[in-house]
Design a protein around this ligand. Structure first.
Ligand code: FES
Length: 181
């Protein structure tokens, strides 16, 4: 039984037909799945593989490489905090510790009200000039202080989940997002 809706399957087929090689459509196809389900379920990835005539492992390998794909349901909003060198030198540890206390769950966790899933990453987000930095629903937030973090979280807490590539949580631990314990 298919888990993807006819609309999602049609979008994947449309993406597939745009490229000379179907495998070029893996990334937008995974977006389509994530837009529908909120994350990439194994069943959803298997359907992508079928539609693109690839093996499930080929699709899963792509999905696990990118931090914007999520392997389980998460909160409405995703917070990703950089702890790489520039951010670490400018107080990322304090930001992480503040988030943990404020959100009441460790990195990789989801708040009890379902509003946020957050994690820290050892991969530079590419915003070193504004360190310490984080992304909220893939939008950059820079020059963080605990007070700024609180204001940012308060500003999005009650908002609906973002859609599209600037969207929502949550993914696996491949090369990108390295979760804390
Ligand atoms: S080190 Fe944090 S954004 Fe580059």
């Amino acid at each position: 039984m298919n888990v993807l809706t006819p609309k999602t399957r049609a979008e994947i087929e449309r993406q597939r037909d745009r490229y000379p090689q179907a495998r070029s459509a893996v990334l937008p196809s995974l977006w389509a799945v994530q837009h529908q389900l909120g994350y990439l379920s194994p069943e959803g990835m298997t359907e992508v593989a079928e539609l693109l005539r690839l093996t499930p492992s080929e699709v899963q390998a792509v999905a696990s490489f990118y931090s914007m794909y999520f392997d389980r349901p998460g909160g409405r909003h995703h917070v990703l905090v950089c702890v790489n060198v520039s951010c670490a030198l400018r107080g990322a540890e304090e930001i992480v510790s503040h988030l943990e206390g404020r959100l009441g769950c460790p990195s990789g966790g989801t708040t009890a009200d379902g509003a946020f899933t957050w994690e820290h990453t050892v991969e530079c987000l590419g915003a070193c000039g504004g360190a310490p930095a984080m992304q909220v629903d893939h939008h950059f937030q820079e020059n963080l202080t605990p007070e700024r973090v609180d204001a940012i979280l308060d500003g999005v807490r009650d908002a609906p989940a973002a859609e599209g590539p600037a969207g929502r949580p949550h993914r696996s631990g491949g090369s990108a997002a390295q979760r804390a314990s």
